[in-house]
Design a protein around this ligand. Structure first.
Ligand SMILES: Cc1cc2nc3c(=O)[nH]c(=O)nc-3n(C[C@H](O)[C@H](O)[C@H](O)COP(=O)(O)OP(=O)(O)OC[C@H]3O[C@@H](n4cnc5c(N)ncnc54)[C@H](O)[C@@H]3O)c2cc1C
Length: 489
């Protein structure tokens, strides 16, 4: 059979591989001149900047995907476990360095709050169970029928999974110190929604980050994309870059042709992995859509970001590979991000300095910085706003590092909401898709399967299982399997 996959991010590459591996002919269609979507890399003045993901969590999920195809990640890149995993700057004098070793982490917790080491053990035991059931079983369900959730092991564990209690009250049952609470809540805040509106199920993210460890693929995240590209080529996937899908021909409730660059591609099945909203609202006639514009408007969208890619002609010793600037009020920024949806008054932000670990991505003696400030999706981002926030963030970065970084910049590029829209057709300029709230979990997410077009499935961060690199890969894999199952019937 001949299939088209629209979009070449993690979801699109994973779907293409899964289909081609079964002997099908696959056209991978990408609007940009490069594969990888939000995980592209660009090179300027000797600096190589990963444009999106920088936290490599859940290495087992990514490894499993390569192994299913007869490869391993080490065929394409070397993974390094970071130590410290990251640092959090609550105050500029004593950054909190989070170790990659479990016993050292327990000691750190105990040093901050008496009894917190025992509490952490208990917290992680529960989180490990959630990770095991959530990542090994739940996320591979297509979310199409409630019966998927009626399996004995899921029913038995439903209370232990804590789908119906909030993440924020869960964390507060274990820890009192605001620094420990922020440490546990940051993955939720940066990648999804208010911790108070996120199910406690997502403490599996803490297990992934703090127990399994934080890694870095040498050469950057683009190495994972390059690896998947090589796997796709090995199975004969035909790749079309600079080829935006502009329309779908539908006859008898089936797509028989994808139009891209005025060129028709005949198909028997399609997986749409570009932003779900874009595919439905621009490529599909109204009567065939799963959802209306007002449905999308009511969804809780994960944040967008204001990003700066900076080349510094000196080393910045006080930065670690990952540094989180939590030197302002956590709850206030969360509120402005998710409730008021406005530019933040005193933002938290994150700085990645991958050249700490990887000399290949910056010229000798230089550092490569990626600065990220979470920002509500859908806002207007003028040059003036970008510039104002650049100076706000730089002042705090310079105060912490004790270096006039702005005087040492040899490269600077900003990236924000309007770029996400222009480059990826991103709904409201989102960076990470849909937030993981209770009502947007599992079967309650936009469906993987089209209800009205028999040979169309969706994948990627706006459908199941959700945002992030490992979930996007799983989404692509599951959508391809479901499409093949449907068409074989
Ligand atoms: C700044 C940032 C930081 C992040 N940090 C992390 C992190 O540290 N760790 C982590 O795990 N995750 C992180 N994420 C999330 C992760 O990168 C994403 O969830 C994942 O890359 C999404 O993959 P995808 O395949 O769903 O979508 P995308 O990567 O967006 O791929 C969709 C593709 O579709 C293409 N497309 C759009 N319209 C068309 C069309 N009409 N025709 C053809 N192609 C089209 C787009 O160009 C794009 O290439 C981050 C994301 C961002 C933006």
């Amino acid at each position: 059979m001949s299939y088209a996959v629209i979009g070449s991010g993690f979801a699109g590459l994973a779907s293409s591989i899964e289909l081609a591996k079964e002997g099908h002919s696959v056209h991978l269609i990408e609007k940009n001149n490069q594969l990888g979507g939000r995980a592209r890399q660009f090179e300027e003045n000797g600096f190589k900047f990963d444009m999106g993901p920088s936290w490599y969590w859940m290495p087992g999920v990514i490894e499993n995907f390569f192994r299913r195809s007869g490869f391993t990640t080490s065929d394409f890149f070397e993974l390094k476990k970071l130590n410290p995993a990251f640092q959090i700057i609550f105050n500029h004098d004593t950054p909190l360095k989070v170790p990659n070793n479990w016993n050292n982490l327990l000691s750190l917790f105990e040093s901050i709050e008496v009894g917190a080491a025992d509490k952490l053990q208990q917290f992680m035991k529960e989180a490990e169970y959630k990770y095991d059931v959530g990542i090994n079983k739940l996320v591979y369900q297509p979310g199409l029928s409630i019966t998927e959730l009626l399996k004995p092991e899921l029913i038995k564990g439903i209370f232990k999974l804590q789908v119906f209690s909030s993440f924020s009250s869960h964390v507060r049952k274990f820890f009192k110190d605001p620094r420990l609470i922020a440490l546990m809540e940051f993955p939720i805040l940066f990648l999804g929604a208010m911790p108070s509106e996120t199910p406690a199920l997502y403490s599996l993210m803490n297990y992934a980050g703090l127990k399994l460890g934080t890694y870095y693929p040498m050469g950057g995240f683009t190495k994972v994309i390059e690896g998947l590209h090589e796997v796709a080529k090995s199975f004969g996937v035909e790749i079309h870059t600079n080829s935006a899908a502009s329309g779908l021909n539908i006859a008898a409730q089936k797509i028989d042709q994808v139009n891209c660059n005025g060129k028709p591609i005949k198909v028997q099945g399609v997986i749409g992995t570009a932003d779900y909203h874009h595919i439905e609202q621009t490529l599909i006639p109204k009567k065939f859509r799963n959802y209306t514009e007002s449905y999308w408007d009511k969804k809780v969208i994960a944040p967008s970001s204001l990003l700066f890619y900076l080349g510094v002609n000196k080393k910045v010793p006080k930065l670690e590979h990952h540094s989180l600037f939590f030197d302002e009020d956590f709850d206030k920024h969360a509120h402005e991000l998710y409730k008021d949806k406005q530019w933040p008054s005193k933002p938290l932000f994150y700085v990645c300095c991958p050249s700490k670990t990887d000399p290949s991505i910056a010229p000798e003696g230089c550092d490569n910085l990626f600065v990220l400030m979470p920002l509500a999706a859908g806002l207007d981002d003028s040059e003036e706003k970008r510039s104002e926030y650049f100076h706000t963030l730089m002042s705090r970065l310079e105060k912490f590092t004790g270096m006039p970084i702005r005087d040492h910049l040899c490269y600077k590029k900003s990236y924000c909401i309007s770029d996400f829209k222009a480059d990826y057709n991103a709904y409201k300029g989102n960076a990470y898709g849909l937030a993981n709230t209770l009502f947007q979990t599992a079967n309650l997410k936009p469906k993987l399967k089209s209800k009205k077009i028999k040979n169309l499935f969706f994948a990627g961060q706006l459908t199941v299982p959700g945002p992030g690199v490992p979930p996007s890969i799983i989404s692509g894999q599951v959508a391809a399997q479901e499409l093949m199952k449907t068409l074989n019937h």
